[in-house]
Every structure is written in C-alpha cells, then in structure tokens.
Design a protein around this ligand. Structure first.
Ligand SMILES: Nc1nc2c(ncn2[C@@H]2O[C@H](COP(=O)(O)OP(=O)(O)O)[C@@H](O)[C@H]2O)c(=O)[nH]1
Ligand SMILES: [Mg+2]
Length: 328
C-alpha cells in the first residue's frame, strides 16, 4: 500500500458529510472495489462502515448527528492491482464555524452544531475550552492533509444560506497554519480539493438542474441521472447564479484564491441516489428517495444508489499520488 492519503472532510452542519462516508462501502462494491478498516483504530473504522451500511440499507435511516471527532482509516482495494489508504476525520459541522460555538446553544434546532457536542444525550460532555482545543487540533489536521473533500449542500444553502460562513473562517485558520515551504508557487495551499455538490436527488435541486439542461443519465448500471464530471465545474458556476445559492460563488472564489485551480475538481453527488419505479427505471415525476415521517426521522424510500461518492476519493488519491511523484 502506498503512503496514506490524508483527507480533510469539510462541510456545514447537516450538509451530508457522515452520509457520504456511510454510503462508501455500497458505492465501492458497485464499482468492484472493497474498503476495509485499517491502522490503529481498524476495528472502529470497520465497525463504522458495517453499521452505517446496514443503517442506510436495511433500516432506511440516515446517520445520527456527529457529536465528536471520529478518526477513520480505510484501505481502498481496486478490482485488481494496488490500492491506497485514506485517513480522515468525521467531525461536527459546527467546528467549521468556531466563533459561534459559545453562542449556539440551541442544539434542539437539529443542526449537529458544536452545541450538540456539549449536550448530546449520552454523548461526550465537553467544556467550551475542550471544544476549542479539539477544534484547534482539527485545524492543524486540515492544514497537514494532502487533500480536502468539501461538501457543498444546495439544500442547506437554499434554506439557511450560510455555506460560505462554514468555509471562510476555518479556511483562514488553515491558511495561517500551512508552512510556507509547502505552498505551491509561493502562495497557494498544497491540497488537492474535491468539491462535491451534494443531494442531487433532492427534488428541488434535481428539477432546477434539469431546467438548466444539466442532467443526463449514466451509461451504466441503474442509469441514474448525473451531471457529467467534465460539466460539473460549469454546473457549480451556473448554480451560483441561481436564486438562493448565493454562497456558491463566494465558495468558488475562496477556493480558487486559496488553492491551485488545476488541483480543484467538482463532482455532482448524491449519497443515497434516486428512487426507481417498479420496473427499475428512473421516473422524472416520481423519484424522491426520502419519505418524511410524522412520528420520527425521515426514511430512505428505496435502495441506496450512491452517485459520485467513491469517485472523489479516487480522484483525490490519484491527484495526490501524482503530485508526490513530481507531476504538476
Ligand atoms: N436528499 C438527500 N438528503 C441527504 C443526503 N445525505 C444526507 N441527507 C440529509 O442531510 C441530513 C444530514 O446528513 P449528515 O450526513 O448527518 O450531515 P453532516 O452533519 O454533514 O454529517 C440527513 O439526515 C439527511 O436528511 C443525500 O444524499 N440526499
Ligand atoms: Mg456528521
């Protein structure tokens, strides 16, 4: 196995970070890959995959809000040949907006804000000082990573409109911490960045994209609707001009200001994919894969069919390894 690829998983609370990780095993199997826990916490990393795969697939439930930093290391094995190891941390989204930790005391709003770090029943009880220290360590981790997996959630942006807030503050801190000899061309941060525009299966997101003529159907497997990877950067640019997606432009500009543009890739992602009709076909009038429940959490309606969940990891691993071998 090559050196581990360290990836900083980044995104606002409820943007879908934990769900993307939870879908990884199903996404990998669909492409003939396998993923297993590895390293000091191999058993814990393996359990995460096993339990979350069942939770989504069998129980139709999304993961619980993340209440503490969870380090995870996995080996990715391709159908043939050598694979690679990924190390990352799944953390509460509130950690990306540290200044609000003290004031954000309404954990009941269901965002997995850092407030929930302190108040999750049965979860760890951390003082503000401990939360601050944990977050400082996390920023150091992000600065030291080779790659970033940034999740942009158009649903949260539509409803709350604060995606940029959860990027810029922590990005500033990360930039401050990256040592000058690691900068590319003297000014850019060294990370490869995979931007995932997620929740493509959400009916409002999908119909908006469809009206913009972005959608097509994949040639393989379930023929899920997709936006081609080659068009994804343009899609994100287009999205930033849509009503209620104000953060997209600021996010893009902040990323381009900090990172080498040739080391940023865009993916249009859905962790759970679209529901299909009884013939196994996609029906544009009936594909919502989430069923709301009046007496509990929403349920996943059909099977999980992840779209562009494995691919950003493969791109990051390839880009990072190419970089370390001296390629541009
Ligand atoms: N439509 C849709 N909703 C999703 C998807 N992934 C996550 N969600 C929703 O977003 C919520 C938060 O997801 P989670 O992974 O916990 O977000 P995190 O806080 O970033 O880890 C879930 O409970 C779902 O309601 C997806 O692929 N499609
Ligand atoms: Mg989470």
């Amino acid at each position: 196995m090559a050196d581990p690829v360290t990836i900083g998983l980044w995104g606002a609370p409820r943007s879908g970070k934990s769900t993307v990780l939870s879908c990884l095993r199903i996404a990998a199997h669909a492409r003939g890959w396998r993923i297993n826990g590895v390293g000091a916490d191999a058993a814990e990393a393996e359990r995460f995959l096993a339990e979350h795969t069942n939770m989504l697939d069998q129980d139709g439930l999304f993961p619980e809000p993340t209440d503490m930093a969870r380090p995870l290391s996995w080996e990715f094995h391709p159908p043939a040949g050598p694979g690679f190891t990924v190390s990352l941390q799944d953390v509460p989204g509130g950690w990306f907006k540290g200044s609000s930790i003290a004031s954000d005391s309404t954990a009941s709003n269901s965002w997995d804000s850092a407030a929930s770090v302190k108040s999750t029943p049965g979860g760890p009880t951390m003082t503000q000082k401990e939360v601050d220290e944990a977050r400082d360590k996390f920023v150091e981790h992000l600065a030291a990573c080779n790659g970033l997996l940034y999740i942009y959630d158009p649903v949260r942006e539509r409803e709350v409109g604060d995606s940029y807030t959860f990027l810029q503050e922590t990005l500033g801190l990360v930039a401050q911490k990256v040592e000058s000899q690691r900068l590319v061309d003297g000014s850019k941060l060294p990370h490869a960045v995979a931007v995932c525009v997620t929740k493509f299966d959400d009916p409002i997101v999908f119909h908006q994209a469809r009206r913009g003529m972005w959608g097509t159907q994949s040639d393989d497997g379930d023929r899920m609707p997709i936006v081609k990877d080659s068009l994804a950067p343009l899609f994100f640019e287009w999205l930033s001009r849509q009503p209620n997606q104000d953060s997209a432009r600021k996010v893009r500009e902040a990323l381009v200001a900090h990172f080498d543009n040739t080391r940023i890739a865009y993916f249009v992602t859905s962790a759970i994919g679209f529901a299909l009709d009884e013939h196994g076909d996609f029906d544009p009038s009936d594909f919502d894969n989430i069923t709301p429940a009046s007496d509990g959490p929403p349920r996943i309606a059909d099977q999980i069919r992840p779209i562009n969940v494995l691919e950003p990891f493969l791109w990051l691993a390839e880009r990072i390894r190419a970089g370390s071998l001296g390629a541009p």
